[in-house]
Design a protein around this ligand. Structure first.
Ligand code: NAD
Length: 539
């Protein structure tokens, strides 16, 4: 197998990062693939599927595929295991997450190799997944008992009614995850589900199933009963509906198109769903921004994981008075990014994940250029580095009829637009059906937060690209509008996996005529009581 890291420098503008001297084949040997594949719930009726390593285009893993019947079987096993798990005290379940946190940090190199092999991203961007997953594990490991504890509520009648709100697990969560952040998006949503007392049937994207299976093994090592996390693999349209069909709740991350389908199926069964979907995220550079910091932040915002990040920036709005100066700095930094696919730190950007992604990115750029847009940086594929490399690309002169202006590219392509007033910038940023993430750059934090509050997105980062909000795991993250329903992280990120239950016990007298009161006297007594409670400031 070729060591793609040893490929010589190409003729394109972005430099090539030095290689690591390790091949994908040596980092992900067949024995590891075979071991991980045993974690898939599959009866062997469907033909196995072969995934390709994006960095080289060579075969990576042969994986068994699950049938809809296998999915039903996975739910049966998970449902049985969930009973005993839910009966454990929260603190016992939380210990598993805390041990997982430690194991993940210790064994991170194993999963960094897998993430790079399956997605083609740079190691630094793979590390972001380790970081985000570890933070979620620690947060829910420590905070779950507080989120889930019984809460005393005001009763129907003070003193006489004792009311407690409790949280019960939903049961078995159907969890469907995409390929772009395979560790973070398979695990971080599963962790709060587990600690709340649920089991999970997870359908990761086939392309990145090894990473999810590795994480499952590690969580089992941390103490999770193996039956609680079932992994099924197969074509989305074939087994995805079966995952929704048996679920007590659905947690979905992926495209808006698929999300709508999942939402309709869940709604038809009257089960809830959280949907983390696509975006067309905006970054605003206000006139008073520190342009060096903004340019550096914009590079991270647009090109992390080669732009295959749901919260990455594809529309960049800059105040006209600083546009030329900002663009010069941003273009210079972008053109200097080192491309590479070595299984080591050092590259600033890796490869795209699939031919489909490369096709979309190429089409968006080529169509825009044909229709009059200018390439400020990048703009071309780099097949001499690997089959799916595309340069980080800045476009200027993009107009609304170009697909790149309104559709999610999900690649390393950003368009620059100029504005004259803050009002105009907010209006332009909000002029999209999506509402996932945004970023505002200014030296005046108060002004930045005020602009942020007017942006129609689930997260806003002031003077950071995306990591400040995403990494704030105690606070909710998710999308408005076409970017989704529900939130991960924080209280909402765990309570979605529970049913609220109110237990109210009545003492001394019933909430009905008693002690010889007739209906009219009862009504008069209660009317007086409500007035008295109001006067006392109770109700
Ligand atoms: P996708 O919708 O094609 O696939 C996502 C998952 O759904 C995969 O596991 C896929 O196999 C499965 N699937 C496909 N068809 C299905 C069906 N009919 N029923 C049930 N499941 C089905 O999305 P993708 O291309 O893999 O991921 C990229 C998209 O995900 C982008 O739009 C991106 O913005 C979005 N995304 C959003 C977030 C977020 O947190 N908001 C995070 C990451 C990615």
């Amino acid at each position: 197998m070729t060591d793609i890291s040893a490929v010589s420098r190409g003729t394109g503008r972005n430099p090539v990062a030095p290689g690591a001297g390790r091949t994908v084949a040596s980092a992900v040997p067949k024995s590891l693939v075979a071991r991980l594949a045993r974690g898939v719930t599959a009866g062997g009726d469907a033909r196995p599927v072969t995934t390709l390593a994006p960095l080289t285009g060579e075969p990576l893993a042969e994986l068994p595929q699950s049938t809809p019947e296998d999915v039903a079987g996975a739910y049966r096993v998970a449902r049985q295991a969930q009973q005993a798990w839910a009966a454990l005290p929260v603190r016992r379940r939380a210990e598993v997450l805390l041990r997982f946190h430690d194991l993940l940090l210790k064994r991170q190199d194993e999963v960094l190799d897998l993430i790079q092999a399956e997605t083609g991203k740079a190691r630094l961007h793979a590390f972001e997944e380790v970081l985000a997953t570890a933070m979620a594990a620690r947060h829910y490991g420590r905070a779950a008992a507080g989120y889930l504890k019984d809460r005393r509520r005001g009763g129907a009648v003070p003193v006489l009614t004792h009311t407690v709100e409790g949280r019960r697990p939903k049961g078995v969560i159907g969890h469907i995850s995409p390929w772009n952040y395979p560790l973070e998006l398979s695990v971080s949503d599963a962790l709060p589900a587990f600690v709340a007392g649920n089991a999970v049937v997870n359908k990761p994207d086939t392309q990145t199933a090894l990473t999810a299976l590795w994480a499952r093994e590690l969580l089992i090592e941390a103490g999770l009963p193996a039956e609680l996390w079932q992994v099924v693999i197969g074509d989305g349209p074939v087994i995805g509906p079966a995952v929704v069909e048996h679920a007590d709740y659905v947690s979905f991350t992926g495209s808006t198109r698929t999300g709508r389908d999942v939402a309709q199926r869940a709604a038809a069964r009257l089960v809830g769903a959280s949907l983390e979907l696509g975006g067309k995220n905006a970054l605003l550079v206000l006139a008073d921004a520190d342009l060096d910091k903004a340019a550096e932040g914009a590079v991270r915002a647009c090109f992390s994981s080669a732009g295959q990040l749901c919260i990455s920036i594809e529309r960049l709005f800059v105040h006209r008075s600083v546009a030329d100066a900002f663009l010069a700095k941003f273009a210079e930094r972008t053109a200097a990014l080192r491309l590479g696919g070595g299984l080591a730190y050092g590259a600033d950007m890796g490869s795209l994940v699939s031919g489909r992604q490369l096709e979309t990115v190429t089409r968006h750029v080529e169509e825009a250029v044909k229709a009059g847009a200018t390439v400020v940086a990048g703009g071309q594929a780099r097949p001499e580095i690997g089959p799916l490399f595309f340069e980080p690309t800045i476009l200027d002169g993009v107009t609304p009829e170009m697909a790149v202006c309104t559709e999610e590219t999900f690649g390393p392509v950003v368009s620059i637009y100029r504005f004259d007033t803050e009002e105009e910038a907010v209006g332009l940023a909000n002029a999209t059906p999506y509402g996932l993430n945004s970023s505002v750059w200014t030296r005046d934090l108060r002004r930045g937060r005020a602009v942020a509050a007017r942006l129609h997105t689930g997260t806003v980062n002031v003077n950071e690209a995306y990591a400040a909000a995403y990494g704030s795991v105690a606070s909710p993250m998710g999308g408005m509008g076409d970017s989704g329903l529900g939130r991960r992280h924080g209280a909402e990120g765990i309570l979605r996996f529970t049913e609220a239950q109110t237990i109210a016990s009545q003492r001394v007298m019933p909430l009905a005529p008693a002690f010889g009161l007739d209906d009219a006297k009862f009504a008069a007594l209660f009317t007086k009581s409500l007035r008295a409670l109001k006067a006392l400031g109770f109700k």
